[in-house]
Design a protein around this ligand. Structure first.
Ligand code: C2O
Ligand code: CU
Length: 665
């Protein structure tokens, strides 16, 4: 059974186990209080329920043992806390309560007084039920690593409930005792929370824990153009673009429509196509409406004295490893650009390939609403394909769409005519927050590039399908056959080349991208290691405890920042303990995939890699781009629910923080 299945089964089981023990205890208590004849029947049901609960508990132990095979991260809190809390009282129940229940079914009496038998028979059953419920609490409150605060909270609740029950099951007492018991219980909980310090770790109110020392990220800029004092005499080509954030309406061919935020009135924004070596200069202007205002461009300079209103914007160059100051993350590398303001980005287009750009202010809202576009860097020596098209997949509302070469998106089948025999490259960009399964049928094809980088030794695929992570890119190449070619996205026909006939959609197996291409020489020595355990846990997020998307048990901004030193090779292990897929996206770097679930990978460099539930990925990051970088899940809703943190270089600091309305997710 896969790890993901075991995780799902475990979640079902721990509810069933708790329900079974609670039911057993309830039925037993009822039976003990009934007159002999009726009591006998009830106790029989209780005994059967007890036996079932024992079996289910054993099953939980077995599932945990299975999960342990995938790694300690998946079971730490179960082995140290959740299981002992249910297994130990379950053994007592099996040894003490069950035989007495069975005796009761024969005689109608478990022996002894009613109160005495309640304590002997029902108490172990109730405590087992509490242990099972505490196990559920563990699953919600504790992730990996197990924290003393979380453990203390669970243990205190368990102990308090058991103590109160012991008193309540005893001989009748004055109501004062009940109040004392309840008081003790509340005190114990308060104590546990105090000892555990709740969940937040105190620092990081502004979103960083790298301190204020070191070179400011602000100084790590892209090159100035030669005309502005850059390298004298450099014969560089400067490509200038202006991107104006402004409202727009998307009208889809099916008739559906959506209110959007756009760059330059088009959604997606303009395709920025430059050549390797160019100096790219992009002026961002925000003309989104000010709340209650007209959106008129004002002086254009940030005014820290004024509250920032309306929708701020930035531009992040997704997958493009620009200098840190050009990375476009509000609160980390700049302040959000508010309506009326402008900001200039400048970077050298050093790497060829397919990339995209998007706003990073309130990105979980802004990107789905349309503040994105594609960036293509043509190699200095041209690609061999004469036909070269960029495809943006994006969902507006609930309508999946395709935009070809920056044209208006279509939620119906898009048609393209290409000359038979032409070498063709389709650059497919997933701008959604969910992964998509692609299929290309009608011609054998290759994945020529992944996340912008060429794939060495790309082999022909025929009818195979591909899993493309949210934010990821594949360049697909093929020779146009005499017949039609069909591209499907999420099993939906989306692009038809040379119709009208339609080939059957690709239905082959899904390619394991981590094993595609020729294996590269991979680093074997690492200067540093770090582990990111992804989960959905109760954590403080947005100032309140809530079920959050967590990394090592904490949510933004309480996730400690991994710090690296320039030049180091870092091994990052990413473990997904949860039930959601997480497309992890460290900014400023491509990572080489070393292995997935222990199976060695070919080492393709990626900037967005999809860690499915139960998976363990190992990737290598070479710290060659100093900065304070954002690192997050590109299911942007998950980022907004806490799954974002930093990667910082020693000696680099940032003057920006989460004040001034900066809100990266
Ligand atoms: Cu496209 Cu921080 O992401
Ligand atoms: Cu996620």
């Amino acid at each position: 059974m896969t790890t993901a299945r075991l995780i799902a089964l475990d979640q079902i089981l721990f509810v069933l186990v708790a329900a079974a023990w609670a039911a057993t205890a309830g039925i037993a208590l009822t039976g003990l209080r009934q007159p002999a004849a009726a009591g006998r029947r009830t106790l029989l049901i209780a005994a059967a329920s007890c036996a079932a609960a024992i079996v289910m508990t054993a099953l939980r132990v077995a599932v945990t043992a299975g999960l342990a095979g995938a790694g300690w991260w998946f079971v730490a809190e179960k082995v140290t806390l959740a299981l002992p809390l249910v297994v130990v009282p379950a053994l007592v129940s099996a040894a003490v309560s069950l035989p007495r229940l069975l005796r009761g079914t024969a005689t109608g009496s478990t022996g002894g007084s009613t109160a005495g038998s309640a304590r002997v028979v029902a108490f172990p059953l109730l405590v087992t039920a509490y242990g099972a419920v505490a196990g559920i609490a563990c699953g919600v409150v504790i992730s990996y690593p197990v924290t003393s605060g979380g453990a203390a909270t669970v243990l205190a609740l368990f102990a308090a409930a058991s103590a109160v029950t012991w008193r309540l099951l005893g001989p009748a007492r004055s109501p004062r005792h009940a109040w004392q018991a309840a008081g003790t219980c509340v005190l114990a909980l308060a104590l546990a929370l105090t000892i555990g310090g709740g969940w937040p770790s105190g620092h990081l109110h502004t979103g960083h824990d790298t301190g204020g020392r070191g070179v400011s990220v602000d100084l790590l800029r892209g090159p100035a153009p030669a005309s502005a004092g850059g390298p004298a005499g450099a014969r560089e080509r400067i490509r200038r673009f202006t991107l104006t954030a402004q409202p727009a309406t998307v009208r889809l061919p099916s008739g559906a429509g959506a209110e959007a935020w756009s760059f330059n009135g088009q959604v997606p924004g303009p395709v920025l196509r430059v050549r390797q070596g160019d100096l790219v200069e992009v002026v961002l202007r925000n003309r989104l409406p000010v709340q209650g205002g007209s959106g008129q461009e004002t002086t254009g300079q940030p005014n820290p004295g004024q509250p920032n209103t309306g929708q701020g914007v930035t531009i992040h160059w997704h997958g493009y490893d620009v200098p840190a100051a050009e990375d476009g993350v509000p609160g980390v590398t700049q302040d959000a650009v508010w309506p009326g303001q402008t900001h200039v980005y400048r970077f050298r287009a050093e790497d060829a390939g397919t990339y995209w750009y998007h706003s990073h202010q309130n990105s979980s809202v802004a990107v789905p609403r349309g503040l994105f576009g594609l960036l293509v860097v043509d190699p200095a020596t041209p690609v061999p394909e004469s036909e070269d098209h960029v495809l943006a997949l994006h969902t507006f509302g609930s309508r999946p769409t395709l935009s070809v070469d920056g044209a208006a998106p279509s939620d119906l089948l898009t048609r393209l005519t290409l000359p038979p025999g032409a070498r063709t490259r389709l650059r497919v960009v997933n701008t959604d927050t969910q992964p998509v399964v692609l299929g290309l049928s009608g011609a054998p094809y290759r994945i020529a590039a992944v996340d912008g980088g060429d794939v060495p030794g790309a082999t022909d695929l025929d009818g195979a399908r591909l899993h493309l992570a949210a934010g990821g890119r594949y360049d697909l190449t093929f020779t146009v056959p005499s017949g039609p070619v069909l591209l499907t996205a999420g099993d939906r026909p989306t692009l038809l080349v040379n119709g009208p006939a339609t080939p059957p959609p690709a239905a082959g197996p899904v390619v394991d991208i981590t094993r595609y291409g020729t294996p590269a020489a991979l680093p074997a020595r690492f200067d540093r290691e770090t582990t990111w355990v992804l989960d959905k846990t109760l954590a403080v997020s947005g100032g309140l405890p809530r079920l959050a998307q967590t990394v090592n048990g904490k949510a933004w901004p309480n996730i400690p920042t991994p710090v690296v030193r320039q030049g180091e090779t870092v091994r990052i292990r990413v473990v997904n303990r949860g039930t959601d897929t997480h497309p992890m996206h460290p900014h400023g770097h491509h990572v080489r995939i070393l292995s997935r679930n222990g199976v060695p990978a070919t080492g393709l460099p990626m900037d967005t890699f999809d860690v499915a539930p139960g998976e363990v990925w190992e990737v290598a990051l070479v710290a060659d781009n100093p900065g304070v970088w954002m690192s997050h899940c590109h299911d942007l809703a998950h980022a907004a629910q806490g799954m974002e943190f930093h990667l910082a270089y020693e000696g680099v600091s940032t003057p920006y923080d989460m004040t001034n309305g900066n809100h990266p997710a």
